[in-house]
Design a binder for this molecule. Structure first.
Ligand code: PLP
Length: 399
């Protein structure tokens, strides 16, 4: 039995089966490439769901990790640490927001956003106690905690995990009129992804966010954007909302915020909204820890210094065009923005999973979302010649 096979069996035996990974065991990585236990090399075309935008093992981020590890890793928020203030300032300036609250995973940041907008609703909008309502979209993905799955429209995410948290209303994604119709006196916020990544890289109609912004303003509803997957250069802008020329009231970041090195997430907003938190209202032992902050500071610098926004825009546009040339027997359409792309397969082509397995055999790692969509989201530092190589593999399998 190969080492990889042995590891897979051990993982399956001792680990809960809450994932269905491709049968590849990664043991090291550099840039856009990863190697398995047998030293077979693969191109990473998923980037850990856009957490590794800066590429694996980035020397600057690893140096920040090592340096900070030598100094201090965790203080808890019972004391200040010398990394948190500079990190908060950096992210607030980057996103042009007044205040930020650091957490660890994306789902925790979404939970934080839910708490903040509810409390803002009670203290500022004068919604009656326990009546605050948040509007979300069908096919959303905001994480896996019990409250977050309470507003999922995916039965598998919810089934068997009730009772669910009340206070959420679902509307179709991309439909601004539906938002207007759903808003009531107790609506405190609209929580939405600018592009629905997990739903299969679903891009809303042109002008959607602009209309949403206008509707939220008119009704005194906070616009909360979950940019955990689409933010931080992935779509060819630092933040996806820039494509629409609008600004959210609250922004949620995670994933690439630490370049895939440590779980670092964040909620950013105004003083009015994040000001609702008083000491003791909310917290996290590791949230804002010095090692997370130091790593994230370097990860953001890498995005800027290496021009990854521009790179995602340019390489993504070229790659999308090449993918579009594959439309035919198997490929129905290509969608996405910047380097967050997906091919939608024809129904007659069969399940996406089989194609991901074929691509893996050829050394290209990507993952299906749902039955018929394959997402392509390589690290943004990828070489053009590696993209050419990837395209040839994709053409062999899907052309
Ligand atoms: C990944 C993701 C989350 C959840 O982040 P975790 O770190 O897995 O908890 C939330 N929202 C979006 C849009 C995501 O892509």
């Amino acid at each position: 039995m190969s080492k990889s096979q042995e590891i897979i069996e051990m993982t399956e035996k001792y680990g809960a089966h809450n994932y269905h990974p491709l049968p590849v065991v990664i043991s090291r990585a550099q840039g856009a490439w990863v190697w398995d236990c047998e030293e077979k090399k693969y191109l990473d075309f998923l980037s850990a769901y856009s957490a590794v935008n800066q590429g694996h093992g980035h020397p600057k981020i690893l140096q920040a990790l090592r340096d900070q590890a030598e100094r201090v890793t965790l203080t808890s928020r019972a004391f200040h640490n010398d990394q948190l203030g500079p990190f908060l300032k950096q992210v607030c300036e980057l996103a042009d927001m007044e205040m930020a609250l650091p957490m660890n995973t994306g789902a925790e940041a979404v939970e934080t956003a839910v708490k903040a907008v509810r409390k803002w609703g009670y203290t500022h909008k004068k919604v009656a106690g326990d009546q605050a309502e948040i509007i979300c979209c069908n096919d959303n993905f905001h994480g896996r905690t019990t409250t977050v799955i309470s507003f999922s429209s995916d039965e598998q995410y919810r089934d068997g995990f009730g009772p669910h948290t009340p206070g959420f209303k679902l509307i179709p994604f991309g439909d601004a009129e539906a938002l207007e119709a759903a808003i009531g006196p107790n609506t405190v916020a609209f929580l939405v992804e600018p592009i629905q990544g997990e739903a299969g890289v679903v891009v809303p109609p042109e002008g959607y966010l602009k209309k949403v912004r206008e509707i939220c303003d008119r009704h005194g509803v906070l616009l909360v954007l979950d940019e955990i997957q689409v933010g931080l250069a992935r779509t060819g802008k630092m933040f996806c909302f820039e494509h629409d020329g609008i600004r959210p009231d609250m922004l949620i970041l995670g994933k690439a915020l630490s370049g895939g090195v440590l779980p670092v997430s964040m909620v950013l907003s105004s003083k009015e909204v994040l000001g609702v938190f008083k000491p003791g209202d909310h917290g996290s032992t590791f949230g804002g820890c010095p090692i997370g902050c130091a790593v994230a500071r370097a990860a953001i610098e890498v995005l800027i210094e290496e021009g990854l926004v521009q790179r995602a825009a340019e390489l993504g546009a070229k790659f999308a065009e090449r993918l579009a040339s594959l439309r035919g027997n198997k490929v129905e359409s290509v969608r996405g923005r910047g380097m967050l792309l997906a091919v939608v397969l024809k129904e007659s082509a069969g399940a996406a999973r089989g194609y991901c397995e074929q691509l893996m055999e050829k050394g290209l790692l990507c993952k299906e979302t749902h039955q018929n969509v394959i997402r392509f989201a390589p690290p943004l530092v990828i070489d053009e010649k590696d993209l050419d190589w990837a395209f040839d593999r994709i053409r062999e399998v899907l052309g």
